[in-house]
Design a protein around this ligand. Structure first.
Ligand code: RIB
Length: 310
């Protein structure tokens, strides 16, 4: 609940994909056909994953996205509606296919992903304008990088003007990012690969991660979170910085753990908890998600989180 006693309102501008996942003992070599152990066809996409965990925790979530008018588009919308997510501004197009991700997971739970963002690339300025009220009325806007950056920045400017908090997750990381985007964010949430790409600084130790985070703060971000998988997470703002240790977990599939962390962090920060509490809860929830296969289907429900205040 927020200070007003209502559940937080979160608007997610991002991609909904179908995930085609092969589980195998190891990754194949170039030119090799490797026999795998199992296959799953599930709902994914960084935006949709973050929306689902926020909704499962209790947020009122609206999803702004673009899907193909194909086999997967409608079933993805039905899946989101099943979590109580408002999909009024998730529309379909016959000019592109629903986003799809080809995922391989090895027996240590590590993944490699190729994502084809498809219809998400066709999100337009008019689509963002159509969802203006949703963005303005939300406590928080969540944005990733599975959509054109110019479109994301348009939504972030609307949010900033309306006093809606913004979390930006630049994943999958690309080139050509201007510093203006950091000044539009309340929090930039990155993993080790992403912060290295953004800063070109080493991030092997906590002091190095702190230096790289300071660099992003210097470029305009108000706060930075670096997720470190099993090792935990680092948070820095202009006032504060801390490291939260990772949780012990029997990892079977780490896919979507970062999304689980971000959607959880978004829920707790929109609710008014302190950054330290938010990072600590998000870390615990993400550690539970890696113990099951898949992304959204691995996320715990509120009942499975006894450490949360009731
Ligand atoms: O972060 C995991 C997600 O990345 C998957 O669900 C896949 O769709 C890709 O977008």
């Amino acid at each position: 609940m927020t200070d007003s006693g209502n559940p937080p309102k979160i608007c997610v501008l991002g991609a909904c994909n179908v995930d085609l996942t092969c589980y195998a003992e190891r990754m194949p070599k170039w030119g090799e056909t490797l026999r795998g152990n199992s296959f799953d066809l599930t709902y994914g996409g960084k935006g949709a994953n973050q929306a689902v965990i926020a909704a499962k925790l209790g947020a009122r979530v609206s999803m702004v996205s673009k899907l193909g008018a194909d086999l997967f588009g409608q079933s993805i919308l039905d899946n989101l509606k099943g979590f109580g997510i408002d999909v009024t501004h998730s529309t379909t197009t016959d000019k592109g296919r629903t986003g799809a991700a080809q995922i391989m997971v090895d027996d240590k739970g590590r993944n490699a992903i190729v994502v084809v963002t498809g219809a998400s690339d066709l999100m337009s300025e008019a689509d963002v304008l159509a969802s203006k009220t949703q963005i303005e009325e939300a406590d928080l806007l969540l944005v990733q990088w599975e959509m054109p950056l110019a479109i994301s920045m348009q939504a972030m400017r609307i949010a900033q003007e309306a006093g809606t908090k913004v979390i930006f997750n630049p994943a999958p990381i690309g080139l050509d990012i201007s510093d203006e985007i950091f000044s539009l964010c309340d929090t930039v949430c990155v993993n080790e690969t992403e912060i290295m790409a953004l800063t070109r600084m080493p991030v092997d130790t906590v002091p190095q991660i702190e230096q790289a985070s300071l660099e992003l703060l210097g470029r305009g971000a108000k706060s930075v979170i670096v997720t470190l998988g099993k090792k935990g997470a680092f948070y820095a703002s202009r006032e504060d910085s801390f490291f939260v240790e990772g949780e012990a977990a029997n990892t079977v599939d780490s896919t979507g753990a970062g999304d689980c962390f971000i959607g959880s962090f978004a829920y707790f920060i929109a609710q008014g908890s302190t950054p330290k509490t938010c990072v600590s809860y998000a870390n615990k929830i993400a550690a539970l998600s890696v113990q099951k296969k898949g992304t959204q289907i691995s996320y715990p429900s509120r009942e499975e989180l006894p450490f949360l205040p009731q």
